[in-house]
Design a protein around this ligand. Structure first.
Ligand SMILES: Cc1ncc(COP(=O)(O)O)c(C=O)c1O
Length: 403
């Protein structure tokens, strides 16, 4: 099908949840690049929204999936699964977790985290302790419960009544959090850097204080690492930047390098709260998904992709800051590692994103004021130079209204 036929078919048969998408369909990819149905080449600085960390069609990932698919794809949780056990072991070895449960997506991993926090207190006879405090501008997923956890009205409005038991406070305001914690609170849940909410960083001291508060009140700290985890921020997990250990954290996105998988990871007493029958999943942690995730982690280690995220991320940040000096329309550049956002003083993010696209460069936007960049972790300084040149060109030709 050509792109016109693909769009027509989509419009006719696919539910209209995504509106008018960027009018392109990618047919294949290799490393940092994607090619569309007309054979046009693009350089990918979005990685499928922080998913394709190894880039596209990495041979290690392709071979692992191919090999496992040729053996067995799915067997169910009724039986032991070697790769599931090995992946759980690997995640425990590289993180602060003691135990892992595998799901199919980020939202599902977060659902598991919420259930885990609640059941822990329920089993202690503290039935009243089920409230979870999350942050305004947060994003935790699209299921009904993770929508309730998400601190953004625009996702919640149409679905009221939502799952009860969530309260939202402003980020980086420890007094606001302190004021909200009471007898009914079982956990605080947050992203170390809010992704969908606008690339908003937590202050170092804030997260240290949140950890301390949770300890003081005997409640759990759940860290949503779905976007920040797996090397995205220049460390393997976002929480490492803040010298804290969550009780529960969740992974998805980059964990499978594009193959759907989510992980619920827990430490200490939280790790033992689920008992047989308390939680489950048909597909979660099946042999194919686990083979993919194991290949991702092994390749990240072999190719030192966390170090690359840190080094190229710093280089990228420096470049974006120079760009901001040249173009006063750029208000602020923020982020960590390869999770970067450029705040504009005028609502031109979509226009700039589209102009980059026309030139064969993929970047994202949040609202109409933030350009977001989440390249594969294999990105090089040369790739970054290429995008900086394009951004310079595009911003220069974008009409900026007189102040
Ligand atoms: C921080 C965070 N949590 C949860 C999710 C939901 O993940 P999924 O779309 O895999 O359900 C996302 C997705 O963007 C996310 O960025």
């Amino acid at each position: 099908m050509n792109i016109r036929e693909i769009i027509e078919t989509d419009k006719k048969y696919f539910m209209n949840t995504f509106g008018d998408r960027t009018p392109v369909c990618f047919e294949y990819g290799k490393g940092m690049h994607l090619w569309d149905t007309d054979g046009k080449k693009y350089t990918d600085f979005l990685a499928g929204i922080a998913v394709s960390g190894l880039g596209h069609s990495h041979p290690a990932l392709v071979n692992a999936i191919r090999e496992q698919a040729g053996k067995v794809i799915h067997t169910s949780s009724l039986y032991y699964i070697e790769k599931q056990a090995l992946l759980a072991k690997k995640i425990v070895e590289i993180s602060c977790a003691d135990k892992v449960f595998l799901a199919n997506s980020g939202a599902e991993a977060n659902e598991g985290a919420i259930k885990l926090a609640r059941i822990f207190f329920k089993k202690r006879g503290e039935d009243h302790k089920y409230d979870i405090i999350t942050l305004k501008k947060s994003f935790h997923g699209r299921t009904l419960t993770t929508t309730a956890a998400t601190g953004q009205q625009k996702y919640q409005g149409p679905y009221v009544p939502l799952t009860p038991g969530f309260r939202h406070v402003a980020g980086n305001d420890i007094e606001a959090l302190k004021a909200e914690i009471d007898e009914s609170t079982c956990a605080v849940m947050l992203e170390p850097i809010q992704g969908e909410g606008g690339v908003n960083l937590s202050d170092y001291q804030y997260l240290k204080d949140v950890r301390e508060l949770c300890d003081k009140f005997g409640i759990f700290l759940i860290v949503d690492e779905i976007q920040t985890g797996m090397g995205r921020t220049g460390k393997l997990f976002g929480y490492e930047h803040f010298d804290i250990k969550p009780d529960i954290f969740t992974l998805a996105k980059e964990l499978g390098g594009g193959f759907p998988i989510g992980a619920l990871c827990a430490r200490g007493k939280a790790a033992g709260a689920f008992e047989p029958g308390d939680h489950g999943s048909t597909f979660g942690g099946n042999p194919l998904a686990c083979a993919a995730a194991l290949a991702v982690i092994e390749t990240m280690e072999k190719e030192k992709l966390v170090e690359n995220s840190y080094n190229v991320g710093n280089y990228f940040m420096t470049g974006l800051k120079s760009l901001a000096l040249k173009h006063p329309v750029i208000g602020e550049v923020r982020g960590m590692g390869l999770m970067l956002g450029m705040q504009l003083k005028i609502p031109k993010a979509v226009e700039i994103r589209n102009k980059c696209f026309d030139r064969g460069w993929l970047v994202g936007s949040i609202g109409n004021n933030i350009i977001r960049m989440l390249p594969p972790l294999i990105v090089t300084k040369k790739d970054v130079d290429g995008l900086l040149m394009i951004l310079d060109e595009v911003i220069s030709e974008t009409e900026i209204p007189e102040a």
